[in-house]
Write a protein that binds this ligand. Structure first.
Ligand SMILES: [Zn+2]
Length: 643
């Protein structure tokens, strides 16, 4: 049934809404300059002014450019992308009403965005306030509705359209109804599939085909090289880089960190934490070599330079902006973050992605085991000071068991304790008895006392699954738990715990690709501290601890392989060669999964063990990239409820 105006007032309003609609091609920037009000609580409240942040103009105006159906923005964080998206929503809702959808990585983020970004805009921008809060849905009468009756957090009706907020993890919302304007925020954090329904952006894009004038905007800070959706989308577009003119030679350049000349002091405290104080930063023109200050370059003429104009034929414009052009960030601040992150791949990636706006080249393929052999240390005992928990991992082969025992300290700093081989066929009880000797015995702490292995993960793959199950059943009370590795993208390391009914034991399912990625990332960490891998020198008293050349060759025996299948990026691991055994890598993955399967409070543990920790730091700002999309660096652990 069509909505019929019921009162004279409503009729007048309906006529006004239709009859006095300004020209549909009013650009987003013109709309924003005329109508948009930035709510208080933002960095710069008051009337919107596009001239203030000139790189935003072309992005916004691409949304109404004839023939453009896709707008891609690969950028640093804090360049004002939320306001760009808000202006697109405002312009269409006000002047060219249509169904609009915004996708955030999760439903929770969509709710949060709606509350903290959309609601203030609708409240404070007069023309939007009018359109959103007086609109009526089809089946409601004037009497029954309140002022805000049609609006929920995830669905806001306005005259002629509706704004729907979705989470990329929820297929239900994405497939709901036709959409003309689609905004996808932080696409690199989207899951590869919304439930089982497939790619969330494709899913939403399917709803757009009914509109000839549909347009979608994809926004994100990039993630890892070769696995970044925004990078792929950017390359498929016009590749417009925001550049500044060199005041000396007149060439236009992207301001890159590699051209920044930074004077700074570096202080390292006793725990190895680095604090950087930046004295000055100058940009050095790569063409003429002249140097300029931040103020000079931010005042210099700026424009987008198109790298791939042909993409306009496909209707895709793509843009790149990094933090050095942002009015909300200082060069000093960015370079401080960079130098403080150097040497730690996890922190480096944060800066590269969220400040430089670039994908991060993962360290992962190590050419050579020598650096690891060299960095082995004297622990001063079997279990060095700092270890708070011991875990063990067992790999089951046809003629032997291989095991590794790891010590874990604050924030998963890790010490290899012992790597070894138990010869014997796994269906012989004697083989397992030998394993018991390793797993049952107490390990000596460097500062006195002893520690036992808290939990062991044992591989159940291979030819002796029932023997492993039986061993796990007998030793469940000692937390010896069967595991099964699964290949495949997007699976968290501790994917889930299932049950082997016949034996009444839990079976932990591991996403091994994720685990291998985490191991490679951590092998690249050079500063001792959180997530660092320590390896021991052989010890006079303890003998061979197993961390020899063959061990390290095995540890780095696989490399990441990236492939594209059906438009999707797949990350797999393949052996570097056919001869090197990869058990050391598998064992380390199992140990990592094992420690991450515990609920734990490092500070409490350290307190009990008399280990001193650095003082608690404030949480990093919300800008830090959250979970990676396909091969996360973050810890996603699910607890095994065995306590
Ligand atoms: Zn120059």
């Amino acid at each position: 049934m069509k909505a019929q105006p019921k009162t004279a007032n409503e009729l007048r309003r309906a006529v006004l809404a239709r009859g006095l609609r300004p020209l549909p091609k009013t650009s987003v920037s013109t709309w924003a300059d005329n109508y948009r009000v930035i709510s208080s609580g933002n960095a710069e409240p008051g009337r919107w002014n596009t001239d203030r942040v000139p790189y935003q103009r072309e992005i916004m105006d691409a949304f109404t450019q004839p023939g453009v159906h896709r707008v891609v923005v690969k950028s640093a964080a804090q360049i004002g992308k939320s306001e760009i998206m808000n202006n697109v929503i405002g312009r269409f809702a006000h002047l060219d009403p249509a169904p609009i959808m915004m996708i955030q990585p999760t439903i929770e983020m969509a709710q949060d965005y709606s509350k903290t970004r959309i609601s203030p805009m609708l409240r404070d921008t007069k023309v939007l306030n009018h359109r959103f809060f007086t609109a009526k849905s089809k089946d409601e009468t004037a009497e029954s509705k309140t002022r805000d009756g049609n609006n929920t957090i995830l669905s806001k009706i306005f005259a002629g359209g509706r704004l729907i907020m979705c989470g990329a993890n929820s297929p239900a919302g994405l497939a709901s109804r036709p959409v003309r304007v689609l905004l996808a925020d932080e696409v690199d954090r989207f899951p590869a599939s919304a439930g089982t329904e497939g790619d969330p952006v494709d899913l939403a894009a399917k709803r757009m085909t009914t509109f000839w004038n549909h347009v979608s905007g994809l926004f994100s800070t990039p993630t890892t090289e070769g696995a970044s959706r925004i990078e792929t989308e950017y390359l498929a577009g016009t590749q417009e880089e925001w550049r500044h003119e060199c005041p000396n030679c007149g060439e236009f350049h992207v301001l890159r960190h590699t051209d920044m000349e930074t004077k700074y002091d570096e202080n390292r405290d006793k725990d190895g934490h680095i604090t950087v104080v930046v004295e000055s930063v100058l940009w050095r023109c790569p063409d003429c070599g002249s140097k300029f200050t931040e103020r000079e370059m931010k005042n210099a003429p700026q424009k987008y330079v198109v790298q791939n104009p042909i993409a306009l034929k496909n209707g895709t414009r793509s843009f790149f902006i990094n933090a050095f052009s942002s009015p909300w960030l200082t060069w000093k601040g960015v370079m401080k973050e960079w130098y403080e992150a150097k040497g730690d791949p996890v922190r480096e990636q944060v800066v590269v992605n969220t400040r430089f706006g670039e994908t991060y080249h993962l360290i992962g393929a190590f050419d050579d085991e020598t650096p690891f052999l060299r960095r082995r240390e004297d622990y001063g005992g079997e279990v060095p000071h700092g270890v708070l928990i011991l875990t063990a991992a067992v790999d089951v082969q046809d003629n032997r068991l291989e095991y590794e025992i790891c010590g874990w300290g604050f924030e998963e700093e890790c010490w290899g304790i012992q790597k070894g081989v138990i010869p014997g066929v796994p269906n012989q009880i004697s083989t397992w008895n030998l394993l018991d000797e390793i797993l049952d015995r107490p390990y000596k702490l460097a500062k006195g006392g002893e520690m036992k292995i808290a939990r062991t993960f044992i591989d159940t793959g291979g030819h002796f699954t029932s023997s492993v199950y039986e061993y796990c059943r007998m030793n469940l009370y000692k937390q010896r738990i069967g595991i099964k590795g699964r290949q495949g993208a997007g699976m968290p390391l501790n994917m889930k715990t299932s049950t082997i009914r016949e034996y009444g034991i839990p079976l932990q399912i591991l996403g091994v690709n994720e685990g291998k990625q985490q191991i490679m990332t951590r092998l690249g960490i050079e500063n001792k501290g959180p997530q660092y891998f320590h390896f021991p020198l052989d010890d006079h008293a303890l003998g061979n601890r197993g961390y020899d050349q063959i061990y390290f060759r095995g540890l780095i025996s696989e490399r990441r392989k990236i492939s594209f299948r059906g438009g999707q990026i797949h990350v797999e691991w393949e052996p570097v060669d056919r001869v090197t055994r990869n058990e050391p890598l598998d064992l380390r993955v199992y140990n990592l999964a094992c420690i991450q399967s515990f609920p734990k409070n490092w500070r409490k543990l350290a307190d009990m063990m008399g280990v001193e920790l650095p003082p608690e730091k404030e949480k990093p700002p919300a800008e830090a990239p959250a979970p990676q999309r396909r091969q996360g660096l973050q810890m996603r652990s699910r607890s095994l409820n065995l306590y």
